[in-house]
Design a protein around this ligand. Structure first.
Ligand SMILES: Cc1cc2nc3c(=O)[nH]c(=O)nc-3n(C[C@H](O)[C@H](O)[C@H](O)COP(=O)(O)OP(=O)(O)OC[C@H]3O[C@@H](n4cnc5c(N)ncnc54)[C@H](O)[C@@H]3O)c2cc1C
Length: 499
């Protein structure tokens, strides 16, 4: 059992946990803090890669170029520089590199932070354990695994997404996979001739199709989702500076409008930015995500890239810097409306797939091995396979079902013991739009009273209700930077100060 007034715990050491550790170690050193112990818990026992960057097939590629992926937002080229130092930089020429390679970078960066802490009087302990319960006792948090207990003063939740809560009735059925990752295991479990249904049509679903194709799958593959939107294709391009959606302009407009912006105002502001980049009036209709006749639309989309990168796509990337500012300027009812009616389309536009992935989809669609279907109603296990029913009344049978949907992270009825404990102990409240409620400015978790649960922070997907867009590494690393600064400042405060 550890009890130290300078003890910080991080639950979850995926990509975000790594960024958190790096920032904490550096800030502890810079602020000349007293010797501090960081306890970092990871239930998988594999530290540093999390779900997205775990060892896997190279078919899993980054959706951003090497110059935009870094554990430290203040050094955007950190990964590119690491790569240049590698003796055998596999696929070094590719624009979009394999995610497992980024995982190796993260593991190296984590080790460096652990070593740096050790040489400067601090300590990072990597503990392979799942935290299943949390309690607050006076001014410390009690963390429990199934075997041990730890007492810490500060606690950071970096647990990633909740597991998908959809299609749980299929969970134990042979031929059903609740997640596509690791892709290598999914591909291994599928015979090349089998009929495969992939639920979802975003990046994880596309990853699964590409992996199956590369592994020589010959049977039919169906991508199915409610909306049937495919992400658009993209070419690598330089970052775009924002002209209209700047923090200052958003703040000024909010002040002029009495503290809130309407959804219409936010759309107008974003359209203005997109139009400036496109060099003509941006029409959301013209750039509709791919739905309907998927093959024909994908052809058009790919053709359009003959003219070069679409500048407006770079604007969507640049918007990462202000998206939570725009989100915060909306009233709760407008946030809810956007989540219900606009989010799916926004994500299909916002999170494009690299052109090589789009070309593989095109090839598979042309030879009618791949089909995109919208309007999935339900899937049941039947006759040793799976029966899918669609809203138009049609049905289809499959041998394999891969669930490539992501969790919406809503915590009502959560089966995750850690979050169930946080809610039960009144240390956190579920955000109606997903995750826990956090203070927008510093990611402190809010208690039912609305006040911060002193010393408790969350970062990453479980803050999606407050920040909307937490599925981009860059955004999460900025939040890690902010939390680390705040927390190391707190360590300096006199002991009498309430935590
Ligand atoms: C498949 C995929 C591909 C992506 N590709 C990109 C990309 O190309 N570019 C980009 O910018 N972003 C990408 N993202 C999004 C972004 O990288 C994610 O926001 C980030 O990877 C999430 O990292 P994380 O550490 O928060 O979550 P995770 O990777 O899920 O890590 C969380 C860790 O916490 C552990 N954990 C959870 N609960 C407990 C507990 N109770 N006790 C102990 N350990 C626990 C889990 O085992 C896990 O290892 C991708 C995301 C996914 C899922």
């Amino acid at each position: 059992m550890s009890h130290d007034k300078h003890c910080i715990a991080i639950i979850g050491v995926g990509a975000v946990g790594v960024s958190m550790i790096i920032h904490l170690v550096k800030d502890l050193i810079a602020s000349r803090a007293a010797a501090t112990e960081i306890l970092a818990f990871e239930r998988s026992g594999r530290f540093g890669t999390g779900v997205a960057y775990q060892p896997d097939l190279d078919a899993a590629i980054l959706n951003r170029t090497r110059h935009n992926m870094s554990a430290q937002p203040q050094y955007p080229a950190d990964f590119a520089n690491w790569l240049a130092r590698q003796p055998d930089p596999d696929c070094a020429d590719a624009d979009y590199l394999p995610r497992p390679l980024f995982g190796r970078y993260l593991q190296d960066a984590l080790q460096q932070a652990v070593d740096l802490a050790a040489t400067t009087g601090h300590r990072v302990r990597l503990i392979p354990a799942e935290i299943i319960d949390v309690k607050r006792q006076e001014d410390v948090y009690l963390l429990l695994s199934d075997r041990d207990t730890w007492r810490v003063k500060h606690l950071i939740l970096a647990t990633g997404n909740q597991r998908s809560g959809q299609f749980l009735h299929l969970r134990d059925k042979p031929g059903y996979r609740h997640s596509p990752y690791p892709l290598v295991q999914t591909c291994r479990a599928i015979h090349p001739e089998q009929r495969v249904a992939i639920i979802g049509s975003r990046l994880s679903a596309v990853d699964t199709v590409i992996a199956l194709s590369r592994q020589g799958h010959r049977g039919p593959i169906t991508l199915m989702s409610r909306q049937g939107y495919l992400p658009m294709a993209q070419l690598p391009q330089a970052n775009a500076p924002l002209r209209y959606c700047t923090v200052e302009r958003i703040a000024a407009q909010k002040t002029a409008c009495g503290g809130w912006l309407s959804l219409r105002m936010v759309f107008r502001l974003v359209l203005k930015e997109l139009s400036a980049a496109a060099g003509c009036r941006f029409s959301a209709k013209r750039h509709k995500p791919l739905k309907g006749d998927a093959a024909a639309l994908l052809d058009l989309d790919i053709q359009a890239l003959d003219a070069g990168p679409r500048n407006w796509q770079a604007v969507f990337v640049a918007l990462n810097a202000v998206i939570d500012e725009l989100w915060r300027s909306l009233r709760p009812q407008d946030q809810q409306r956007f989540r219900d009616f606009g989010y799916s389309r926004f994500m299909a536009l916002r999170v494009p797939i690299p052109l090589p992935s789009a070309l593989t989809l095109q090839k598979l669609l042309k030879r009618e091995q791949l089909e995109i279907r919208s309007g999935i109603r339900r899937i049941d296990h039947a006759d040793g396979g799976f029966l899918a029913q669609f809203e138009d009344g049609s049905q289809a049978m499959f041998d394999i079902v891969v669930n490539a949907t992501s969790s919406d992270n809503r915590l009502q009825n959560t089966a995750d013991p850690l979050y169930a404990a946080l809610l039960r102990e009144q240390l956190a409240i579920a955000h109606p739009l997903g995750g826990v409620e956090v203070d927008w400015a510093d990611n402190q978790v809010l208690a039912p009273s609305g006040a911060p649960s002193g010393g408790l922070y969350a970062v990453g997907n479980m803050t999606c209700g407050t920040h909307l867009f937490c599925s981009v590494y860059e955004t999460n690393t900025r939040h890690c930077q902010r939390i680390s600064r705040q927390l190391t400042e707190r360590l300096h405060r006199p002991a009498t100060h309430p935590i």
